[in-house]
Design a protein around this ligand. Structure first.
Ligand SMILES: Cc1cc2nc3c(=O)[nH]c(=O)nc-3n(C[C@H](O)[C@H](O)[C@H](O)COP(=O)(O)OP(=O)(O)OC[C@H]3O[C@@H](n4cnc5c(N)ncnc54)[C@H](O)[C@@H]3O)c2cc1C
Length: 399
């Protein structure tokens, strides 16, 4: 008898990590990964900062905290075993004025509670680590790192193919039909009949959940994060990872400097409403996406509360001088002429109808479908553990 088949929607890092665990733990089961693009990892996974997060920021006991800690260990082990480029280079979170010290202290305490190796350091120690950074106090997190996530995905895909998993690209899922104990996934590459489904569709995860009849009660709102690349002559200003103290009301971490594993230094991202779920350029507009966002009560409530912050972010999007000013809080010597525009990324942020940004990872289950409804940063770091968690949920269903 053929063992139950699983269809995974989305060939980003979460879909691939889930398939990796599934094929490892249940080698007899048929696994098919359906990706709408011609290549894997073309959206969030291929457009992020490439940071291996330590887990310092997250509420102790949350899915983010536990999966980030465990996932980072698993990711490092995977990269080491597979010869993938990564580096544990350390990071500093920098308070630039007295007003940020209480928040810095809270992050430090969270780090302690989450078991992250970190230390509060004074301006002198900060200067030794990052000579160009300005700050009155900082947290040094030696275990933060950088990695090449697209390379991780290529290797996951290669291992999956060796294990007989089917990866089908150009296969946008357009319909989900549940009938007598099986699920038919209708795609642009034909129909696939499976027993169980995992929805890892990122920016479209709410729509895919709805196709399967789930009502997780949240909607994805896309936020574009724009980056600049530091030109070679100024790259010495950032040795590793330099982050600000984040605003606790937002899940985004504020513009930061990131040394990239492939070389070079990027800075950003800001966070502006994207007028298309895959709108990587300021001028990209998708009327369906935009209308859905602008008529969603959750977004309207969020916008009513945080319109000033939103306007500030938009201003930084249109004015390079304003973006540079934000960066100069961390590195005063950085100048507009040191920066050139780099590719943007779009975050899939789930928003509740009351306007709350869903902070933690969110997984919603129906009898045959596991929907990943919110997987923002640090989900790339945490992916191998989130994949394990999803496979635990599937295992409960296998008989
Ligand atoms: C700007 C930015 C910076 C970030 N920085 C970091 C960082 O430094 N460290 C970190 O850990 N995390 C970071 N993140 C978060 C991280 O990138 C994401 O959490 C992670 O990539 C999510 O992976 P995913 O597989 O869920 O989504 P995605 O990578 O978006 O994959 C979803 C896939 O589903 C496919 N899909 C969608 N709809 C369908 C459909 N109907 N049919 C078939 N396929 C479909 C898409 O084409 C896509 O390939 C960042 C994110 C952004 C945007």
């Amino acid at each position: 008898m053929q063992q139950a088949a699983v269809g995974i929607i989305g060939g980003g890092i979460l879909g691939l990590a889930t398939a990796y665990h599934l094929t490892q733990r249940f080698p007899q089961r048929r696994v098919v990964i359906l990706e709408k693009e011609a290549e894997l990892a073309q959206h969030q996974t291929g457009h992020n900062s490439g940071v291996l997060h330590s887990g310092i920021y997250y509420k102790p006991g949350s899915l983010k905290a536990t999966n980030c800690r465990e996932g980072k260990k698993a990711m490092e082990a995977f990269c080491a075993a597979e010869g993938i480029d990564y580096e544990i280079c350390g990071k500093v979170i920098v308070a630039t004025h007295e007003g940020e010290l209480p928040a810095l202290q809270r992050i430090y305490e969270r780090g302690q509670a989450n078991g992250v190796r970190c230390a509060l350091i004074d301006a002198e120690h900060l200067h030794e680590l990052e000579p160009a950074a300005a700050g009155i106090k900082a947290i040094h997190v030696p275990e933060a790192g950088i990695v090449n996530y697209p390379q991780v995905c290529q290797r996951l895909a290669a291992r999956l193919q060796e294990r007989g998993a089917q990866i089908v690209t150009n296969a946008r899922v357009t319909g989900i039909r549940q009938q007598s104990g099986e699920v038919v996934l209708q795609t642009l590459a034909g129909d696939f009949t499976v027993d169980y489904v995992v929805n890892c569709a990122g920016l479209h995860s709410d729509r895919v959940a709805a196709l399967g009849g789930a009502q997780p009660g949240v909607k994805i709102v896309p936020f574009r994060g724009e980056y600049y690349e530091v030109k070679p002559h100024a790259q010495h200003l950032c040795r590793n990872l330099i982050y600000p103290v984040p605003d606790p009301s937002f899940p985004f971490l504020g513009v930061h400097f990131t040394r990239m594993i492939k070389g070079g230094v990027e800075c950003g991202p800001n966070a502006v409403l994207a007028f298309a779920r895959e709108g990587y350029h300021k001028t990209d507009i998708n009327l369906r996406d935009l209308a859905e966002t602008l008529t969603y009560s959750g977004f309207l409530r969020l916008a009513a509360t945080y319109w000033q912050t939103g306007l500030g972010e938009m201003w930084r999007s249109f004015s390079k001088a304003a973006f540079v000013k934000a960066l100069q809080h961390l590195i005063p010597a950085i100048q507009a002429e040191d920066l050139e525009p780099a590719a943007a990324g779009i975050r899939a942020q789930a928003i509740a109808p009351d306007g709350a940004m869903v902070d933690d990872f969110m997984i919603h289950e129906t009898a045959r479908i596991v929907n990943v409804c919110n997987a923002p940063s640090p989900a790339a770091t945490a992916s191998l553990n989130i994949g394990r968690l999803i496979v635990d949920k599937l295992a409960e269903r296998f008989t």
